[in-house]
Design a protein around this ligand. Structure first.
Ligand code: NAD
Ligand code: TYD
Length: 354
């Protein structure tokens, strides 16, 4: 396989690249990443010298570059992670979300269409896997689950941009026969998660004796999925999924935000002791103004991927959150580097603007 991974320097993409290189000897991986604030080649420093791996700094909306990579590297597989991924940022400034998530996905689809339909090698060994989110389905009440049949009802600029990209991917399957697969997963957590998202933000703030912002009443529910479980599911869909199909991927771990914040506080108290003031870290919790259009509950019914492809999550929330907290405790330099941009400066010098 000659795989183009987009967004491989981000949270999930970097975990995916590492796990594929570990498991598959017969693949070449090209990682195309723009290195936005969320992308750090540092996440892959341990594998960057692997001869099966190549990093290309670039934008998925750059059609000429994407086409060049398809030709040069004889790409037969795309695993598309690159996106603007943070809901709060999409509320503050949606433009980048439209560009990267919609126009970027379109650019990749076009490159695949041109390359694969014209190169005469046929579509049999080609795959275009688009990684998306359960947020496209909107918000649930107290009961019910998102299935692959749930109607799309995105509420934030982020989820609307992802929904739009999902529709484009489906359209390329129906219109051009492009061999696509779509995955819609729930909230991931684990190592290399940028500390603007709930779990790493709370870990980092709690360690630094900063306030812990909980939006609204803190009773919103997310279905937490350990990132390594997600990566295993994506690989399973890539290898065994039926073309044109969507697979929902969930962690079977519904938790209210306030439970997450409290759990992280308690774990840190246990591992590094109470705050200097002698108070537990839960004393840092502050209820703050709610996010506009805040979705109340997400929960995935992952029956299809279990029944058809035999995938279920292996990591319980209790295990996953301990591993995650330990990783952040062991990697303070990573957190400092991604927050102050020093990794960006280092790689800018190394890779320049190519
Ligand atoms: P992330 O923000 O950590 O990483 C995104 C990566 O994409 C970064 O490396 C960034 O530099 C790169 N990128 C952004 N714009 C680019 C562009 N124009 N060209 C090339 N590269 C670009 O995101 P993540 O959390 O790893 O999410 C990966 C994918 O999974 C996204 O498509 C996201 O919508 C989806 N997803 C994430 C979650 C989650 O909980 N994190 C849940 C569901 C779905
Ligand atoms: P987030 O990690 O941004 O993921 P998403 O919005 O894609 O689900 O947020 C997870 C939940 O945590 C969401 O309900 C919003 C909430 N949240 C807070 O309460 N405080 C925070 O500081 C952040 C970043 C999120």
């Amino acid at each position: 396989m000659n795989v183009l991974v987009t967004g491989g320097c981000g949270f999930i993409g970097s975990n995916f690249v590492r796990s594929v290189l570990r498991q598959k000897s017969n693949c070449r991986l090209i990682n195309l990443d723009k290195l936005t604030y969320a992308g750090n080649p540092e996440n892959l420093r341990d594998i960057e010298d692997d001869s099966r791996y190549r990093f290309v700094k670039g934008d998925i909306t750059d059609a000429a570059l994407v086409e060049q990579i398809f030709t040069e590297e004889k790409i037969d597989t795309v695993v598309h992670f690159a996106a603007e991924s943070h809901v709060d940022r999409s509320i503050a400034g949606p433009a980048e979300f439209i560009q990267t998530n919609i126009v970027g996905t379109f650019t990749l689809l076009e490159a695949a269409r041109k390359s694969w339909l014209q190169d005469g090698t046929g579509l049999a060994d080609k795959r275009f896997l688009h990684v998306s989110t359960d947020e496209v389905y909107g918000s649930l009440g107290a009961t019910g689950y998102f299935t692959e049949e749930t109607s799309y009802d995105p509420r934030s600029p982020y989820s609307a941009s992802k929904a739009s990209s999902d529709h484009l991917v489906q359209a390329y399957y129906h219109t051009y026969g492009l061999p696509v697969l779509i995955t819609n997963c729930s909230n991931n957590y684990g190592p290399y998660h940028f500390p603007e998202k709930l779990i790493p933000l709370i870990i980092n703030n709690a360690l630094n004796d900063k306030q812990l912002p909980v939006y609204g009443d803190g009773k919103q529910v997310r279905d937490w999925l350990y990132v390594e479980d997600h990566c295993a599911a994506v690989l399973r869909v890539l290898e065994k999924g039926t073309l044109g199909q969507t697979y929902n991927i969930g962690g079977n771990n519904e938790k209210q935000n306030i439970e997450i914040v409290t759990t992280v506080c308690n774990l840190l108290d246990e591992k590094v002791g109470l705050r200097d003031s002698g108070e537990p870290r839960t004393s840092l919790i502050r209820y703050v103004t709610d996010r506009p259009g805040h979705d109340r509950r997400y929960a995935i019914d992952a029956t299809k991927i279990k029944d058809e492809l035999g995938w279920t999550p292996a990591v319980t929330f209790e295990e996953g959150i301990r591993k995650t907290v330990d990783w952040y405790l062991d990697n303070p330099d990573w957190v400092a580097g991604v927050l102050d941009g020093s990794y960006q400066d280092y790689y800018e010098r190394m890779y320049g603007n190519r």
